[in-house]
Design a protein around this ligand. Structure first.
Ligand code: ATP
Length: 499
């Protein structure tokens, strides 16, 4: 990792990039990289904690503000210089600082005797719009499999312990996606806890990954208990998911047999009809964690921040993989993209990044995207190659409604043979799954309050008649949604109805 970062950094300096932004937390590591490329160069450091310091000794060089420090260095000189600014992201928006950095950048371009490269090192990415043309972002790569393997070997040598080859191989796989610092921390922790490194330490890695997700603020681990049996109807979708799960669970064999890596599924359709339920059931079926991505939380106020957030979120998902990445209400995040100027450019770029990632994805992150309103989705999204399949969810037909009634009555231990499901079907035309669940809940609650020993068909029908179904409350919307799903010719999630 160090060598690839070093050569990248060197190439940016050689290419006379004026401001290089290193979005990284480990300042010692960056110091050693800068030292390696600064043989003939004077290095000046300003850090948030101590101000202007000697780059090597870190001793203070005087009482300077960042503005004074930059002004002092903004003079043409004979020798090339490096200015290293650490953790000053909170000052980067101040107009005087922006002006100073712009001045240094401009002199670099226009004065022959001024050669100065500015390195901004920070764990937070802040790129003010005015500085964005001068800034090059250094992409810090995560360690590769070989590099992780090397780190474990070196750690074992240093501690004079033996790590068996198969344990090392397993750890390498689970460490993937973590950075050098996190890997070293876990190795230390594992070693201090037991004096050895063994396969059980994978648990520590999982905990670390969970931390990553929580700290990211953009992803959430969803806890749930639903499986495919909790979904009434949607048989086509369920069958398809079962097939994909067979591939996903035997990926090694499937890929070497020539099967393509599963990418994901887009489920569109009526509200309250089981789309979120399907995302959860997929995770249960595939036996992997479910991560929900909140695209709204990706948007940041600085140039490039939203794209960087998206990249980070996807990297974290890859680090946690195999997993299901659930992108809920995707049309809300990407509406207006590509509609001839209506969409904002950050959204369009984010959308582009997401599509490219989907297209090129080789990781075991299976995307389940759910959407209500397909007409708001950009057409590129629906093209084959992005998702493995697109499914349309309509309001449940008679047989499906019967299933949904049974599921919710059984879940609440109120299903009995005397309940006439035909009458329930007849009285629930146009109801969504969520509507049916609400009816069941209310009926049971009423029966309890009225001290009835059990509920009857009559009780359910009474509540059904009093309930305004989604087809009534969202009448026009439903007609519109149905028409747009038909236009797009997407596979139906349900099997043909017999009613
Ligand atoms: P939205 O688009 O509003 O997010 P959704 O399609 O994702 O809706 P869900 O969250 O899956 O809807 O459904 C809401 C609730 O309604 C579920 O928790 C479930 O209890 C019930 N429900 C909906 N559809 C079904 C179904 N097909 N089978 C069983 N229960 C269902």
């Amino acid at each position: 990792m160090r060598t690839s970062m070093l050569s990248k950094l060197e190439s940016y300096v050689d290419a006379l990039r004026t401001i290089i932004y290193i979005h990284y937390f480990d300042f010692d590591k960056i110091d050693s990289l800068i030292s390696e490329i600064s043989d003939e160069v004077s290095v000046y450091e300003f850090n948030n904690a101590d101000g202007y310091v000697d780059f090597k000794t870190k001793l203070s060089k005087g009482d300077y503000t960042l503005e004074q420090f930059l002004k002092f260095l903004d003079e043409p000189g004979d020798e090339p210089s490096f200015i290293v600014l650490k953790d000053v992201h909170h000052l980067l928006e101040e107009p005087v600082i922006v002006a100073r950095l712009k001045s240094i950048a401009a002199k670099n371009m226009h004065h022959e005797d001024f050669h100065c490269t500015v390195f901004i090192v920070s764990s937070k990415l802040v790129i003010p719009t005015e500085l964005s043309p001068y800034i090059t972002l250094l992409d810090v790569l995560l360690p590769s499999f070989e590099e992780i393997d090397d780190m474990i070997r070196k750690f074992a040598d240093a501690q004079q312990i033996e790590v068996e080859e198969d344990v090392r191989k397993e750890l390498v796989l689970s460490f993937k996606g973590l950075n050098e610092f996190e890997i070293t921390q876990i190795l230390n922790l594992a070693y201090q806890a037991g004096g050895v490194i063994n396969a059980e330490d994978k648990e520590l890695v999982l905990q670390e990954k969970e931390q990553m997700i929580k700290k990211s603020g953009m992803l959430e681990i969803v806890n749930f208990k639903e499986d495919l049996h909790d979904i009434g109807g949607l048989e086509n979708l369920k069958e398809w998911l079962k097939k994909k799960s067979k591939i996903f669970k035997h990926l090694d064999k499937a890929l070497s047999f020539g099967v393509d890596m599963p990418k994901g599924v887009l489920i569109v359709g009526m509200p309250g009809c089981g789309k979120s339920l399907a995302a959860k059931a997929t995770a249960k079926l595939f036996e992997v964690p479910l991560l929900r991505l909140d695209i709204g939380k990706l948007f940041g106020k600085y140039v490039g921040e939203s794209e960087e957030n998206m990249r980070r979120a996807l990297k974290i998902a890859e680090a946690v993989s195999p997993c299901i990445l659930w992108v809920d209400e995707i049309e809300k995040a990407f509406s207006g993209v590509g509609d001839g100027g209506g969409g904002n450019s950050v959204t369009t770029r984010l959308f582009g990044n997401f599509l490219t990632w989907m297209q090129d994805k080789e990781s075991t992150v299976f995307v389940v995207a759910t959407a209500n309103d397909i007409s708001k989705l950009p057409p590129e999204f629906l093209r084959k190659g992005r998702f493995d399949e697109l499914f349309a969810v309509d309001l449940p037909h008679a047989e499906e409604r019967r299933n949904i009634f049974e599921i919710h009555l059984k879940r609440r231990k109120q299903f009995n043979r005397e309940i006439d499901t035909i009458r329930l079907i007849q009285n629930s035309e146009g109801f969504s799954g969520a509507d049916i669940e609400a009816v069941v809940k209310e009926t049971i609650e009423n029966a309890f309050i009225e001290n009835k020993p059990k509920i009857t068909t009559e009780d359910l029908v009474k509540v059904l008649k009093e309930t305004k179904s989604i087809s009534v409350s969202l009448k026009d919307k439903i007609v519109e949604m149905r028409a747009s799903m038909k236009r797009m010719d997407i596979s139906a999630a349900s099997q043909n109805s017999s009613d």
